[in-house]
Design a protein around this ligand. Structure first.
Ligand code: GLA
Length: 507
């Protein structure tokens, strides 16, 4: 993962990226000197769905043109340093020494700051501007968590984030569960209905996390989802705060795992986010181990999905913490470059995929409207060839015929779900990229993707699939027609950004 991506995630807890427009309190009664940044500055953000108001406190000392200090949020604290020239200042965090993460000007005793795409105004903090202190919790000693025996094939389902982000609620999840059944998605194998970030309320006096007003009765929701023959997933993280700034499981791992089990949760996505304000990457494994154990000690079968954007060579230790899948990339966007970028980042992890433990290049964007149908067919094919989890991220309630045909292509799903669990790797030849995946029946699946801007002729050779030249049967998995190999090869035209995908059986 590149530095800016890491930076974005670690800082996401200051003010969540998905929230536009801050309601800001400001005052001109600042205590800091008119020409100095020295002081304690506070800015308030939006009110979360659990009633809490976001806040940043910046403690700064200016000496000449040098500025040092610390930044405090719900998600923990970290040191900052930078420079001031006249009224203008630039502050760097510990994540990216090359790019300031806050720039701004001191105007009439107010900090007028720009942080990423957001602007905010800080006022001189008063005694009321406090944030709870986040104590450091030592990660546990490492040991192996046994496999939970789940996810023998890559998990399939739907997740709320790509489409709804912070707008997911109980009613949406219920209608989505209904649509999973009526659309045929459930019968095609999509079983998990996963609530992502922003469901969390606040902890009660015993520390038990309650859902917020959008999810009045999580147990009843789980019962409803189960009554449809589906399973329910939820989201948290090992830090004090999730990426959308809601309470994380930091210091409450066992308690939260028990809560999920009591509700009837079947899947947990566990997102690093603000844990990066507290721990370095060498703590990833023990910190993830803690929740892996907590889930297993509930006795309920719960799929464990690690979301750490590919940090810390997760593919090497993911199974040891009881993980069933782990992210190999940053967040996908509904764009060709993002989708192809994610699948390319997944390539070095190929040897580590297998039954029970999968590399995850993030959820599907198929049907969200910003790629062509050819590009979405390539998206589906590549996720299947790489044995990636298939978690739809679109509106299942209103799918076009093309989206249905792509997401519910049972022949392509069968490649993803093949019991051998091998992850294809690409071979490049000009604009063509060939991904071949050995299958449990001794045959192979193969996809040729055309990265170019014009249609191209692609030839698939049985020898390249490590199959004997005499091919018993070959089938085009998008046209749903058998095709003939001649002289050990098959040639067809592939549209720009499209894919030719075959299943080939040897004699
Ligand atoms: C991170 C994850 C996303 C999503 C959001 C929720 O960015 O990578 O998949 O879960 O957090 O805040």
């Amino acid at each position: 993962m590149n530095r800016s991506k890491r930076n974005r995630h670690a800082l996401a807890t200051l003010f969540p990226a998905q929230i536009a427009g801050l309601a800001l309190l400001c005052t001109s009664l600042g205590l800091a000197g008119a020409q100095s940044l020295t002081g304690r500055w506070a800015a308030s953000g939006r009110t979360l769905d659990n009633g809490e108001q976001e806040k940043v406190i910046l403690e700064l000392t200016q000496t000449g043109d040098q500025v040092t200090g610390s930044l405090h949020t719900f998600g923990g604290s970290f040191d900052v340093k930078g420079t001031a020239k006249g009224a203008h200042f630039e502050l760097f965090g510990p994540f990216n020494p090359n790019r300031p993460f806050i720039t701004g000007d001191l105007v009439n005793n107010e900090l007028h700051a720009t942080q990423g795409r957001r602007t905010w105004v800080g006022h001189a903090a008063t005694a009321a501007d406090e944030l709870p202190k986040v104590p450091y919790i030592e990660p546990p000693p490492l040991h192996k968590v046994p496999s939970n025996g789940l996810a023998k094939t890559p998990p399939m389902g739907w997740n709320s984030w790509n489409l709804f982000a912070g707008k997911v609620d109980d009613a949406t999840v219920r209608t989505m569960a209904d649509a999973m059944v009526s659309s045929g998605m459930r019968d095609a194998g999509y079983i998990y209905v996963n609530i992502d970030d922003t469901w969390q309320g606040v902890r009660d006096a015993q520390g038990v996390l309650q859902p917020n007003h959008k999810f009045p009765d999580m147990k009843a929701l789980a019962d409803y989802v189960h009554s449809k023959g589906l399973k329910l997933g939820i989201y948290s993280g090992p830090g004090p705060r999730t990426c959308a700034n809601y309470p994380g499981s930091y210091g409450h791992e066992e308690q939260d795992a028990k809560t999920y089990a009591a509700w009837g949760i079947d899947y947990l996505k566990y997102d690093w986010c603000s844990a990066g304000n507290i721990y370095k990457d060498d703590a990833l494994q023990p910190v993830y181990q803690k929740m892996g154990e907590a889930l297993q000690s509930t006795g309920r079968p719960i799929i464990y999905s690690l979301c750490e954007y590919g940090r810390g060579s997760v593919e090497k230790w993911g199974p040891d913490v009881g993980g069933n899948l782990w992210r190999t990339t940053g967040d996908i966007r509904d764009a060709w470059e993002s989708m192809m970028g994610n699948i390319e980042k997944q390539v070095p992890t190929a040897p580590y995929a297998g039954p029970g433990h999968w590399n995850d290049p993030d959820m599907l964007e198929i049907g969200n409207g910003h790629m062509t149908d050819d590009e979405y067919r390539t998206h589906m094919s590549l996720w299947a060839l790489t044995a990636s989890p298939l978690l739809a991220g679109n509106d299942i309630r209103s799918m076009s015929d093309a989206t249905r045909a792509i997401l519910m292509n049972k022949e392509v799903i069968a490649i993803d779900q093949d019991s051998l669990g091998k992850q294809a790797s690409p071979e490049k030849n000009g604009d063509l990229e060939t991904w071949a995946k050995p299958l449990a029946d001794g045959g192979a699946a193969v996809g040729v993707v055309n990265l170019g801007s014009a249609p191209a002729s692609a030839t698939i050779r049985a020898a390249d699939l490590h199959l004997p030249a005499t091919v018993k049967k070959a089938r085009d998995l998008w046209s749903h027609k058998d095709v003939q190999f001649t002289g050990g090869a098959y040639t067809a035209t592939v549209p720009s950004h499209g894919v030719l995908m075959l299943r080939v059986a040897a004699k």
